[in-house]
Ligand binder design. Structure first.
Ligand code: GLC
Length: 744
């Protein structure tokens, strides 16, 4: 008989009346059907009961970094006698972090966030998980949801922007998609790991309300809606305690309040300082770990091998805590399907399917920031008309051969070699000089794709090093398309938000990108700027160009996706997941301190668009902004709130333009004026595709908790009393379609 069925029957809970479960009069036995959770718990309990102390210790620490038989970031040897397979883990933020395996480099997670599409997020997790399993990995280390408090954060491209609800809802779907392929999904880095400078030693100082309403909220939503098997705690300290040794974060909030049933895994190498503190705080697994704690790894100490065994034997770590660590591991393996169906290395990567998915994700995530006709003309430059455009000059950004991607553990090796040689090979960056300063470039040429779109046009390319030559050629062309690139990496923050040049990024930049764009814009009839960035950039030239398209790090089919949008084969539908400021002086902090280890969240709740709204600062491009090649109108907006504070928002959305398109209809709430909140917060949205002229009645239900504040006296969510104001529209500041509305 199928073992699962056996365990189902044996695991079935039998509820009996007061007279017992036996036969006889007036007795009723109702079999409470087992659930996936109870089956997983039963399996874990049965296995745990058979394990020796050494086997338990073996399961809760990694065996080193990158030394597994299948590569990747870490591994835990299995226990064959118990049917526990080898447990291989790989990074997977934007694709599987291995080399030489023909995996698919996806658009960066910030691009996924810009799609605002929960279904796409599911597919993103699903697609990467298929490749993880084909290579033998049971767990992927994607799912970064640290908020873009600091846009210079070197890992901003790996995360999901500045809003906790957008990030949480999308990472929950990514998690479910990952689990659908029997791969353990991760949320990271828990918590408040919001910059890279001094990331191993810095202390994030934040008040309770800000922490709960902003920085923990994407994890809360992700855990409650996605039920991830793994939460990775971060390197930094939070209010004085290492995140991986923080009982409030790991036990009080994550496990007790949110009911997290999975395992807490440390970030790699330097996240722990003390075996007992980490174990008793609620850490369940140390990575990368070491076969020998006395040796550690790369000279750094480790704590969950022999040191943990000693601590358990001495009683300083209760055996019950070790048993809980192991139980969480085992029930996660059972719950996700790893025990029944262990991943096997040697599978094939479906490159065509991966590329098709990467193309779709890129197409849906590009954000059209600006698209205006030149003075004296009525036609906007985009979409380009392949039939009528006669001459195009493409400039800079290695657009002749490639698109850019980010560095660090989120980088995904190109299938066919780097497309662009590094200007300074061997340069390293970061706190520990861990990472290569040379960017990753994928062989996906926007120039080739543009030429293919307009075969009758003359399309020339200038590499950007000679701004005068490029500008002169642009003057003679119908349109100039200039590419701006900004490379980011783990372990190093940006020094500023300007497009980098040979001074700020000497390994990847050879000229002043802002000067090039300005020179071209001064001469060209029409100027289109395409940005490949991981975060916001300032644009001193924005007033002099016609169009700006944010393509992010668009992945292995990025060149094609960019051309698809430029020529209108894809109508852009992305919206900004973070604010783009006019100038850095408008941000809460004008620079990241390199000396102070205390990162003080002095802006409190006023983070991201909340800051710009509270300070009445006009951003360059607001959170939620993104244009389309068509237009949408909102009408008939009605809101109602039930007694529990759950909100219903009804409205009609109409495509009033001349072509099909998708709109991300956003709902913001202004909480009662006495609630001490910034002017508005995102509380819900829906991405809706409509044919030209079509309209759709939309009804959104928004739970009361989205409208609540964190009460620091009761340490719980509280719906404030008073009058709410609700806004519905195509961005956080879309004046044409925002409708201020008073609810309860
Ligand atoms: C890194 C990163 C983490 C990554 C891990 C394994 O230091 O902080 O995101 O998953 O190590 O590479």
């Amino acid at each position: 008989m199928n073992p699962t069925l056996t365990s189902l029957i044996s695991g079935a809970l039998v509820a009996c009346t007061l007279t017992g479960c036996g036969g006889g009069d007036n007795t009723q036995t109702t079999v409470v059907q087992p659930t996936a959770d109870t089956v997983a718990d039963d399996k874990a309990s049965a296995l745990l009961a058979q394990m020796t102390l050494d086997e338990k210790i073996q399961l809760v620490h990694g065996n080193g970094f990158g030394n597994s038989p299948v590569g990747g970031a870490g591994w835990i040897p299995g226990i064959a006698r118990l049917g526990i397979p080898e447990l291989y883990t790989a990074d997977s933020a934007a694709g599987v972090g291995v080399t030489g395996k023909n995996v698919t480099p996806m658009p960066a997670p910030i691009a996924l966030a810009a799609s605002w599409d929960p279904k796409l997020a599911f597919e993103y997790g699903e697609t990467i998980a298929k490749e993880l399993r084909a290579l033998g990995f049971y767990e992927g280390l994607g799912g970064g949801v640290n908020l873009a408090r600091e846009p210079r954060n070197g890992r901003n491209f790996e995360y999901m922007g500045e809003d906790p609800v957008l990030a949480g809802e999308l990472v929950a779907q990514r998690t479910i998609g990952t689990h659908s392929q029997k791969v353990v999904a991760t949320l990271k880095h828990y918590a408040l790991n919001d910059q890279e400078v001094n990331r191993f030693t810095s202390n994030s100082e934040v008040d309770e309300r800000t922490m709960r309403e902003l920085y923990l909220l994407p994890f809360e939503i992700g855990v409650k809606q996605g039920e991830p098997g793994n939460v990775m705690c971060s390197y930094n300290l939070v209010n004085g305690l290492h995140a991986c040794q923080n009982p409030y974060l790991l036990t009080d909030v994550l496990k007790k309040e949110w009911g997290f049933k999975g395992k807490v895994q440390s970030d790699w190498f330097l996240a722990l300082t003390d075996t007992v503190q980490a174990a008793t705080a609620g850490l369940d697994e140390e990575q990368a770990g070491s076969p020998d704690d006395s040796a550690g790894i790369f000279g750094w100490p480790t704590f969950f091998n022999q040191k943990l065994k000693t601590a358990v034997q001495s009683g300083s770590v209760p055996l019950s805590r070790l048993n809980d660590m192991v139980f969480r591991k085992l029930r996660t393996l059972a719950r996700v399907g790893i025990l029944e169906s262990p991943p096997k290395a040697g599978g094939t990567i479906d490159q065509a399917a991966g590329s098709a998915a990467a193309l779709k994700f890129a197409q849906q995530s590009m954000v059209l920031l600006k698209n205006t006709a030149s003075t004296g003309s009525t036609s906007k430059p985009l979409p380009l008309n392949a039939g009528s455009v006669r001459s195009i000059v493409v400039i800079g950004g290695h657009a002749d051969v490639a698109v850019l991607s980010g560095g660090g553990s989120a980088s995904v090796a190109p299938r066919d070699g780097d497309a662009v040689p590094c200007l300074k090979p061997g340069t390293v960056v970061g706190n520990l000089n861990l990472f290569n300063a040379c960017a990753t470039w994928y062989k996906s040429s926007p120039l080739d794709a543009i030429r293919a779109k307009a075969p009758t046009a003359t399309v020339t390319y200038f590499d950007g090093n000679d701004a005068v030559a490029a500008a002169t050629a642009a003057a003679a062309a119908d349109v100039a398309i200039v590419f701006g690139t900004q490379w980011q990496t783990e372990d190093a923050d940006l020094s500023n938000l300007s497009l980098p040049d040979a001074v700020t990024d000497p390994a990847n930049q050879s000229y002043d990108q802002n000067a090039l764009i300005a020179a071209v814009a001064a001469k060209a009839k029409q100027t289109v700027v395409v940005l490949e960035t991981g975060t916001a950039v300032t644009m001193p030239w924005v007033g002099n160009v016609n169009s700006v398209l944010e393509a992010w790090y668009p992945g292995v089919k990025g060149g094609q996706a960019i051309a698809d949008v430029l020529f209108g084969d894809v109508n852009p539908s992305g919206k900004l997941p973070q604010t783009f400021p006019v100038r850095e002086a408008d941000l809460p902090q004008t620079a990241i301190s390199k000396t102070s280890l205390n990162v003080q969240y002095l802006e409190g709740l006023a983070m991201g668009y909340r800051w710009f709204d509270a300070r009445q600062i006009t951003p360059l491009f607001p959170f939620g902004h993104g244009l389309s090649y068509t237009d949408f109108s909102y009408s008939g907006i009605q809101t109602s709130m039930d007694a529990a504070g759950n909100l219903t928002v009804n409205f009609t959305l109409k495509n009033i333009g001349g072509r099909a398109g998708a709109e991300v209809a956003q709902v913001y709430a202004g909480l009662p004026s006495n609630s001490g909140e910034p002017p508005k917060r995102l509380v819900g949205w829906q991405k809706i595709s409509l044919a030209a002229g079509a309209s759709q009645a939309v009804s959104l239900t928004i739970k009361a908790e989205r409208l609540s504040v964190w009460d620091t006296s009761k340490h719980q969510w509280q719906l404030p009393s008073g009058s709410f104001t609700f806004y519905v529209g195509g961005s956080s500041r879309d004046n044409q379609s925002l409708v201020a509305f008073s609810g309860k």
